[in-house]
Design a protein around this ligand. Sequence first.
Ligand code: HEM
Ligand SMILES: *[C@@H]1O[C@H](CO)[C@@H](O)[C@H](O)[C@H]1NC(C)=O
Ligand SMILES: *[C@@H]1O[C@H](CO)[C@@H](O)[C@H](O)[C@H]1NC(C)=O
Length: 323
Amino acid sequence: MILSHMLAVFIVINAIVLSDHRFGFVDGIQMGYYIMSCPFAETIVRNTVNRALQSDPTLAAGLLRMHFHDCWIEGCDGSILIDSTKDNKAEKDSPANLSLRGYEIIDDAKNQVENQCPGVVSCADILAMAARDAVFWAGGPFYDIPNGRKDGRRSKIEDTIRLPPPTLNSSELIRTFGQRGFTVQEMVSLSGGHTLGVARCSSFKNRLSNFDATHDVDPSLDSNVAKTLSKTCSAGDNAEAAFDSTRNIFDNAYFNALQMKAGVLTSDQTLFTSRNTRGIVNGYAMNQAMFFFNFQQAMVKMGLLDVKEGVAGEVRGDCHRIN
Ligand code: HEM
Ligand SMILES: *[C@@H]1O[C@H](CO)[C@@H](O)[C@H](O)[C@H]1NC(C)=O
Ligand SMILES: *[C@@H]1O[C@H](CO)[C@@H](O)[C@H](O)[C@H]1NC(C)=O
């Protein structure tokens, strides 16, 4: 009784905040942002993601990575979704876009949402919701995210230089993530996103031969794993290696792999090699619930990175193009 009463009050307050700009309420990021303006937005996105992942489970990784790339460059503003034009080379066309996949899921969800509530739900929010739903679909934690991100009007290939390269060591990762406001623990838990998906040889072949002056193979890599990866790479730069033994399942197997010296990227294995982060890796390897809890908190935070609110952005009609 009390609960339903509180819910009613909550809905009314939200209705006022969302519908009446005369009072000068800020059109800002909040929980339940679409509760009045597009009540089925979250359901539509979830159903679309579930349907797509049912036919191709590997796309869960694509959606999660796409959200990360979106947020890291220009904030979570859908800039990763924009196509290049004759006057502008977009983020999408950077070599760092390698293996970004799942654009058609965002398009599908956007079309359905536009049919119900035209011009209301931003592409940035759809991507954030889709990444969240992909994590849950793959067996990871479910978490609420605030919405209200506006879509950005800038997407430039040269901005992708900010993405962290796979060759970073743990101190460089700590510094890079620290510059964006993330703690060491948040950096390690976010790296756990690599529990989903694959990397291509071009991203790790530097570890397999001519590694440095004294080693042919990266000494932090298990020698049998190195052999397997080398075999994979004999098929070329685009050959794929899974980050862990369960590439479509969101679990803590990634951290177990790091303990076995089986991390695929330099930036993965360094988290175990370095004493600055090893304790956190061991903790997550032992306690999946703790990883899930820290991951979901870090994802909510990442989803708020440099977001554009109100008139700082727009709600794109087509996620591929600035209005
Ligand atoms: C810590 C710094 C990070 C580095 C250096 C990094 C680098 C990479 C690289 C090089 C790949 C493989 C690309 C390819 O070879 O095609 C990759 C894949 C991936 N990354 Fe990251 N990443 C980082 C953080 C993150 C974060 C924070 C997330 C999300 C929370 C994430 C999610 C993913 C996913 C899911 C894939 C697999 C994509 C697929 O299978 O389609 N990464 N990452
Ligand atoms: C990624 O970038 C390359 C150019 O570096 C481009 O040919 C390719 O279409 C891009 N992939 C996606 C999915 O946009
Ligand atoms: C990480 O790399 C930097 C140079 O890029 C180096 O100065 C530093 O010592 C390295 N840190 C570790 C822990 O290896």
